[in-house]
Design a protein around this ligand. Sequence first.
Ligand code: HT7
Ligand code: ZN
Length: 876
Amino acid sequence: GQLFRLEDYRPTDYLIPQISLVFDLHPERTIVRAILSIERREGVEASAPLVLDGDDLNLVALTVNGAALGDNGYQATPERLEITQLPEQDRFTVEIVTEINPTTNRQLMGLYRSSGVYCTQCEAEGFRRITYFLDRPDILSIYTVRIEASEAEAPVLLSNGNRQETGDLADGRHFAVWHDPHPKPSYLFALVAGSLGHISDSFTTRSGRKVDLAIYVEHGKEPRALYAMDALKRSMKWDEEVFGREYDLEMFNVVAVSDFNMGAMENKGLNVFNDKYVLADAETATDADYAGIEAVIAHEYFHNWTGNRITCRDWFQLCLKEGLTVFRDHEFSADQRSRAVKRIAEVKTLRAHQFPEDAGPLAHPVRPRRYREINNFYTATVYEKGSEVVRMIRTILGPELFRKGMDLYFERHDGEAATIEDFVRVFEDASGQNLSQFALWYEQAGTPNLSVSYDYDAAEKTFAIELEQSLKATPGQSRKKPMHIPIKFGLIGSDGKEIAPASATGAEVAADVIHLRQRKETVRFTGVTERPVPSLLRGFSAPVTLASELPRDDLMFLALNDSDPIGRWQALTKLLTAKLIAGVKRVRGGKAPVIDTDIVGLVGEITADERLDAAFRALCLTLPGESDIARDIGNNIDPDAVLASRDALIKAIAGAHARPFAALYDALANNGTFSPDAASAGRRALRNSLLDYLSVAEGSPSRAEAQYRAADNMTDRAAALSVLVHRFGDSESAGQALAAFEERFGGDPLVMDKWFIVQATRPGAATLDTVQALMHHRLFSLDNPNRARALIGAFATANQTGFNRADGAAYRFFADTILKIDVENPQLAARLLTALRSWRSLEPVRRDHARAALAQIAGTEKLSADVKDIVERTLG
Ligand code: HT7
Ligand code: ZN
């Protein structure tokens, strides 16, 4: 693939202020007529050719200002249309007719069919698979779209904007015309046509405009869209209240489709969703599913301002819309649920997905400067770390100046295709602060490490914190500059109360934030009358790792006393991780892990503390996962030893607290009807975490079997099934539960994904056989992204011992499977392949097997550009 470089950005010679599209829909032969009004930019010669992007296109007809061109007036290939014979006038019209085949389009980019429904996906470069165009985000056009289709096949005809006209045509066909008054880039174009059911509602904006809302789903699934509708209305209200942003069209439509490469897509006025992020009811969705729907509905809706009204100048600026919109959806969910619990979940996700990306061969800056395949840059770094960067701006400026900066951003850049420089400048202008050092967060890849040491001088009553930041080399960046790291902190006295020091010298301290700017700095607090316990990085104020020389007793103290729940959780996680890593060492030395009564007691104490949120207690009770432990070990990893160490600690905790855990399990039993609210979900999370411990303590599947039978909601049912399959996989109870689940949900592929996942993630080498057998299940298809992710994705990313089998058999199977998927859907194949990104941190035997599997992929002829890019960077 071609290498694209940020510094090569050039504006186009031509603009396309308006486009009119006519779709004559047909399953195999759809005709697309595009009429582009073209404007030559000032100063551009009339001899400058108009070069339009295409991908797999078939040109049927072409005219300029209504006249056909001679053979040397243009050149067309499936990838490009170059028009050289152009009028002298600066404004003219180009009409292009293409023919495309939605049925054979299995890449799910451009116009394709999903269960008989026509739908489009244009981000990032899918529009060029529909018609020739300047398919880049800085070309903004006003769209008018006419859709014609068989009324029997496609009674519903949707596109962006407002519906202007509908009517009947001959031969059982009908049409609809849509007009979107807001100029938009081509990646936000969408069309949906098919036979779908829907629910409708309305929202009145704060200035009194009524917006018609509809969610389209497969017939019969309408009741399952009610939660998404509720989340949509809450999102609309929240964006008015918190960011002052109102919706700007007469209608807003959401469509759920069952074949989709990502979570959802923010097309203007017509969001298209993976059905996983729309459909939910108590019977079929877990609490995590509900939370995911709420977050994704909000995310796509929030893009209307951060992404659509203000879009990106080029794809290097992807985090401009994605990082900011993730930040906005995180804040929304925090306001709808428990803020602390939400924040801990975010930190867990960041550590689980973004930290390994930043530490491996695929590391890249939040704003990359190079790419070969843009689809491979929809990453945890761009999204999640991008959001953390926005959060740090708010921490540095404070909430008022942050809001002032956001207001300025909307005021200054509405209707534009903007850059990260534009974004940072609004906060500089709003606050008067210079953020040039801070902006390194967009440029430098890798997770900074903070190394911290402390010194208390009792005679002088001073407390010193010495901070040193370091950042390892990443691909293409060997030397790094020191960053501006905002560190929220507190000093805690022996009574558990905050100590307020008299003054601070050294690094800048403003309120509860230390601003580290040099490589190494010391903060000296005066008037500190007793040795405090420092709590650093409260609220996880910067996406860094923290190596602090805090004694164990201080961590125990923080885990119980920090007023910041994130601080408590971080201290507990540190203690548990250290214990688990020590256990791994012992297991590898042929010894049993040493059990530590302090820590076992601490976990019991937090679990029993009724003053704490149940969801928070559930988070504390859930030990760091195998991949968390592996990441913190860093190299020479033996996943079997990691599992053994983790299981030993679970067993110890379970054994020590079996009685109180059982009492709590009973006390938390659900009475009353199911509600997906955060408090109820928290109680279920805690109870289900207890179920796992109790089943281990009891050494029997009975409790899980009983819960499975009694469950009146999917959260409890899925949790019981997971304990049965993962802890007692060979038992009759596990087999019966799996059969019962299949019997009950076998008609619903989306729900059956849970059944595939639970089996694919059963620890141990034998799971490979199960996965291979499940590939032949009647509901399984490698073509459907949700199915492929449920079986292959879950196996590769959430089954450390199964996927990393010592004999390398799972890697070989994985490589073969990736190659099969790549033939149909390169984007999906490339994304799944990132599961191997941390292969270098494995112990040597596994590392060699993993390398061989990667080399097998790399050596295959006819790889897609997507997979080629990932495999080459992964091998380094
Ligand atoms: N902006 C959307 C990204 C997306 C996407 C990108 C590439 C290929 C397919 C895709 N589907 C959706 C989703 C979002 O971040 O909101
Ligand atoms: Zn997004």
